[in-house]
Design a protein around this ligand. Structure first.
Ligand SMILES: [Zn+2]
Length: 216
């Protein structure tokens, strides 16, 4: 039986509103976290949990927007690896946080892992592992670290060019918020096509045969 005329459009509108709400909720979460942890003293453990939550929200939102616009989609392995990398890069804070040593951050605001060198090493691994499964994972690590740096550069900065330079590279926080908002809007704009009944039943964020589906 044919669906009623206009039902597909209504479904797409609802999907767009839903995705816009999810995207904007992620932006709101990041704003709330940053208003909490940067403007007042916060216990370090709570700070860490909230800041990592901000990193997850940032990376997930940008990866979702990317998946929406990508013609090939993003594999589950790629997404999981990128999200993990966007968190695990902060392990280089441990020597300073737990042992009080600045061995990994002498004269820099954040540790040496927070640099383009880390991204370059991951990218080099991807080149070496060309054609192998490890290639995809290495590319995901590079993307995950980049997404992490994107947030850190808006919240104090990173020694992006270390070891060449020890400068702290940063950019204005409102630009970060605008970027996240644009990603939320991209998600909403691309999402409705995912529920177009004329297309295969795949949707954004839904894992199908190991692949986070994409929308053309
Ligand atoms: Zn960091």
């Amino acid at each position: 039986m044919m669906p009623p005329v206009g039902s597909g459009r209504r479904r797409r509108s609802r999907a767009a509103l839903g995705l816009a709400a999810v995207g904007l909720a992620a932006v709101g979460l990041v704003l709330a976290i940053d208003a909490t942890i940067w403007d007042r003293p916060v216990p370090r453990l709570l700070f860490g949990v909230l800041d990592e939550s901000g990193h997850v929200a940032t990376a997930a939102l940008l990866l979702s927007a990317w998946a929406t616009t990508s013609t090939r989609g993003l594999s589950r392995t790629f997404v999981v690896t990128a999200l993990s990398s966007a968190i695990l890069i902060d392990l280089d804070h441990i020597p300073n946080e737990l042992f009080g040593t600045t061995i990994l951050m002498r004269d820099t605001y954040r540790p040496y892992g927070h640099t383009m060198l880390t991204v370059a090493v991951a990218a080099a691994c991807a080149l070496v592992l060309r054609g192998a499964r490890g290639n995809r994972m290495a590319r995901a690590v590079a993307v995950g670290v980049l997404l992490h740096l994107l947030r850190d550069m808006a919240t104090g900065g990173v020694p992006l060019l270390w070891p060449l330079e020890r400068w702290t590279v940063a950019y204005p926080y409102p630009i970060y918020v605008a970027l996240l908002t644009a990603a939320a809007m991209t998600l909403a704009a691309g999402g409705p096509r995912a529920v177009n009944p004329a297309m295969p039943k795949v949707g954004i964020g839904r894992v199908t045969r190991g692949t986070i589906s994409h929308v053309r």
